[in-house]
Ligand binder design. Structure first.
Ligand SMILES: [Zn+2]
Length: 239
């Protein structure tokens, strides 16, 4: 199966990251969001492969508050979100927050998933590496969910995802979707804890970043909506 066939089969509706950013920008601009009146928060894996999407979002919306952690988990917590909320511009007594968050996966030219060919490397490596490491532990039956002080983020990732895995033999696509769903749930929970919809509008865009051959990146859009003046607007279709 080729890259294109694997993406079409598992992630229908995927588009280039440039198109994704342009589409979400246009949708929010129509609802009154702009670079001048909003703050953007970007959740993504620490992996350098995720950076081009972050830079496109910076270009569209200005400097973003960084929510990066391994596999894109929402480890910034209530304190991190409160900081981001506190940094937003106030225009006519109203604030606007834009949250983007992504889990990610590499897909090779031959359609193999979970693999990326990185610049200067002769062999493919795993993407997302944090999820691949957890998957290996599951397959080997050696999962230890204790908190490791030398490995906070992977420990938290393990604890967050393990209860959500129903399959005895999950693959990396399964785990990437589970990571996305956990990330979205945590994002919405933290927004509910820190955002006052009476004085602020906000938007949530989540999805899965796909790293393809020739360093080309794509986005499979999942959840996309905005809450403006307390009214919910469904935006881009999920897939
Ligand atoms: Zn990763």
């Amino acid at each position: 199966m080729s890259f294109k066939e694997t993406v079409a089969h598992h992630f229908p509706g995927t588009r280039s990251e440039l198109m994704y950013v342009a589409q979400t920008y246009d949708q929010l601009e129509a609802l009154g969001f702009s670079a001048e009146n909003s703050i953007t928060c970007v959740g993504r894996c620490r992996d350098e492969l995720t950076r081009p999407l972050k830079l496109l979002l910076h270009h569209a919306w200005g400097a973003a508050f960084e929510l990066a952690s391994l596999a894109g988990m929402m480890n910034a917590g209530r304190t991190g979100f409160a900081a981001a909320i506190g940094h937003a511009p106030t225009v006519f007594d109203r604030r606007r927050y834009i949250f983007y968050a992504f889990s990610h996966i590499g897909i090779a030219a031959d359609g193999s998933f979970g693999l990326s060919l990185r610049p200067g490397q002769p062999e493919h490596t795993t993407t997302c590496g944090a999820l691949a490491a957890l998957l290996m532990e599951i397959h080997d039956g050696r999962v230890d969910d204790a908190l490791d002080e030398a490995d906070w983020e992977q420990s938290l990732l393990r604890r967050r995802l393990l209860p959500l895995i129903n399959s005895a033999e999950p693959d990396l696509i399964d785990l990437t979707r589970i990571a996305h769903d956990a990330m979205l749930e945590d994002l919405e929970h933290l927004v509910a804890l820190t955002v006052d919809p009476g004085s602020a509008d906000y938007a949530i865009f989540t999805g899965i970043q796909i790293h393809g051959p020739q360093s080309k990146n794509y986005v499979w859009p999942a959840t996309s909506y905005a809450l403006v003046d307390g009214k919910r607007h469904s935006l881009m279709p999920g897939s």
